[in-house]
Design a protein around this ligand. Structure first.
Ligand code: RB5
Length: 144
């Protein structure tokens, strides 16, 4: 199960990504927003981060206009590793090296088809562990 959420700037791309994932047979829970009225992206990051931290949802996708604000907000949650990706290589590394449990996209930056490739690559990649586990442990040390 995957959690998805956005602000108004990511609303349109969120809907396309959600549909794409559902067409892949992935169950997606949409935490909003549900229209393009202006909202504050930290409020949109919160329910998705909490859903992932609860372990009810294995991974999350967050979108805002650039993906920047919502990724900054998401990374304030202990245990969240949110990676802002606008290319496929970064999406692969976000999983293989960083074990990102949330990926962030910019609805005003990244085109629809590229967004699908980014999301698919991240979902289809596996964490490599090894030396990367130690580095992630050090990230979580910084949270203390
Ligand atoms: C909203 O206008 C915009 O600031 C937001 O979507 C995002 O791009 C912030 O980083």
């Amino acid at each position: 199960m995957l959690a998805i959420g956005s602000d108004h700037g990511g609303f349109e791309l969120k809907n396309h990504v959600k549909k794409h994932l559902e067409e892949r047979g992935i169950e997606v829970k949409d935490f909003g927003v549900y229209n393009e009225n202006s909202v504050d992206y930290p409020d949109c990051a919160k329910p998705v981060c909490e859903a992932v931290l609860s372990e009810e949802y294995e991974r999350g996708i967050l979108l805002c206009g650039t993906g920047i604000g919502i990724s900054i907000a998401a990374n304030k949650f202990k245990g969240i590793r949110a990676a802002l990706c606008s290319d496929v290589f970064s999406a692969k590394m976000a999983k293989e090296h960083n074990n990102a449990n949330i990926i962030c996209l910019g609805g005003r930056v990244t085109g629809r088809e590229l967004a699908f490739m980014i999301v698919d690559t991240w979902l289809d990649s596996d964490f490599l562990g090894g030396r990367h586990s130690g580095r992630i442990a050090k990230i979580h040390e910084l949270e203390k």
